[in-house]
Design a protein. Structure first.
Length: 334
């Protein structure tokens, strides 16, 4: 019996290793596809910009023959270097300061949330050193705040799921109710963290289109933070208050993004990671859900039931359909 179980586990491990190799291969191919598409789309635009810039410089030098090109080039380097650090030379460098309290608060928030736009960065060695120390403490603190906030919000979403289950009991399958639950939460996220904020941003930022504003919201809340669009960088009224409000928006948005992702992966059918888990973690006692519940209890540090895997009084329905799928999957592999 033990020999049979050992052979079965080895076979499962080999199967999972193959899946993992295919996943890595797909990931590399996906990166290459992205690189190819961006090269095709952005490459010609970059070349056109280079040509336009060379034309501008050539015409400028023709109109101002007394100017030495090497000195002009050094001057432009200083301008570009300062601009990369967030200091602009436009309008006689009268742009708002980057290191007043509101702007520094905005920078601190982008550091600890890993958004890191890169538009503004520490100018001094002391600032760079403090940024490292600040991030070392701030990142785990932010993870703790986000994790605790998500746990509390999941209580509310669990009540909402129970409400949907009572209203649709007998008229819809458990999985259908789950999908409806996630869809409504996603719609809430879309409206209050993308559509409405984008309208506000494109009205306050005169140079932004609505697509630019939606793009900024997505790039920010997914913590990609490219830095090509940053709000409150010009002479807006109440600029400091505007900066603080953006900080609040970013933190709340990141929390709700994590919440939505956590709720989605709680459904075994949507959790692709189960296909790549090692057998000792995936099929303990022939039950996938036991492993899922164990992982959730370990991650939360509390003996509380997960949203989609257990049924207790005044909580969520027992989605036994997924348990049966999990057990069947394990039996097939063994």
């Amino acid at each position: 019996m033990k020999k049979t179980e050992t052979v079965a586990k080895m076979s499962m491990k080999e199967d999972i290793h193959v899946r993992f190799s295919l996943l890595l291969t797909f990931f590399i191919i996906y990166l290459c596809i992205g690189a190819a598409v961006f090269t095709v789309i952005e490459g010609p635009i970059e070349e056109r910009k280079r040509t336009e810039l060379e034309t501008v410089i050539t015409e400028f030098m023709a109109d101002h023959e007394c100017i030495n090109y090497n000195k002009l080039n050094d001057f432009m380097k200083e301008i570009v270097s300062a601009n990369n650090m967030g200091v602009t030379a436009l309008d006689n460098a009268t742009e708002p300061a980057n290191w007043n309290f509101a702007s520094s608060l905005f920078f601190a928030a982008t550091v600890v949330t890993t958004i890191g736009y890169g538009r503004v960065a520490p100018l001094s060695n002391y600032g760079k050193g403090f940024c490292i120390f600040y991030a070392l403490l701030g990142l785990p603190l932010t993870l703790l705040v986000v994790g605790v906030s998500v746990e509390r919000l999941r209580v509310l979403t669990s009540h909402f799921l129970s409400f949907l289950n009572k209203q649709l009991d007998g008229r819809a399958k458990a999985f259908t109710i789950q999908v409806l639950h996630i869809s409504l939460l996603g719609l809430f996220m879309l409206i209050f963290f993308y559509v409405i904020p984008a309208v506000i941003f494109c009205n306050l930022e005169v140079s932004w289109s609505y697509l630019d504003a939606i793009y900024f919201c997505f790039i920010s809340l997914t913590t990609i933070g490219l830095g090509d669009y940053i709000p409150a960088e010009h002479h807006q009224s109440f600029r400091n208050i505007y900066k603080v409000c953006v900080v609040a928006y970013l933190i709340l948005g990141v929390i709700f993004m994590v919440l939505l992702v956590e709720i989605i992966v709680q459904i075994p059918r949507f959790n692709a990671g189960l296909l790549f888990m090692l057998p000792e973690k995936q099929c303990v006692g022939g039950n996938v859900e036991d492993s899922v519940e164990s992982n959730n209890l370990t991650n939360s540090g509390q003996a509380t039931p997960t949203m989609y895997t257990m049924n207790t009084t005044n909580q969520v329905p027992d989605y036994s359909e997924h348990r049966q799928i999990g057990r069947a999957s394990c039996r097939e592999r063994v």
